[in-house]
Write a protein that binds this ligand. Structure first.
Ligand SMILES: [Zn+2]
Length: 113
């Protein structure tokens, strides 16, 4: 599980070699797009069901999962993202979100542009 380090901590710089995992190249577990500024560490198996693995996701992708599946269903699928993608609602969402900006989140109210 990735722990957040403060962005710039001069006291840590000497130890940087041990900690140069690039943060940028993370792809969303569900839609496969690179994640944006906000990465949600999602439990494919809900924590309340004993799930310990986490996967990076867009906030909007996690919201969509939670909106479409119950905890029991999520537990059943577990790490099987292919199974989740067989769900028509998820499939449709992933196709739709494919062209959106990584930082795109569903606006509550429509924005005028
Ligand atoms: Zn995503």
């Amino acid at each position: 599980m990735a722990r957040k380090h403060s962005k710039h901590d001069p006291y840590r710089d000497q130890n940087r070699e041990e900690d140069d995992t690039p943060i940028a190249a993370v792809n969303c577990w569900l839609c496969g797009r690179p994640t944006g500024r906000t990465i949600v560490w999602h439990h494919p198996v809900p924590k309340s069901r004993g799930g310990r693995d986490v996967v990076p996701m867009h906030p909007i992708c996690q919201q969509t999962l939670i909106a479409n599946f119950t905890n029991s269903e999520l537990q059943r699928f577990g790490m099987d993202v292919e199974g989740l993608l067989l769900n028509p609602a998820i499939r449709k969402f992933v196709d739709w979100v494919a062209n959106k900006d990584p930082d795109f989140t569903a606006p509550q109210a429509k924005k005028q542009r």
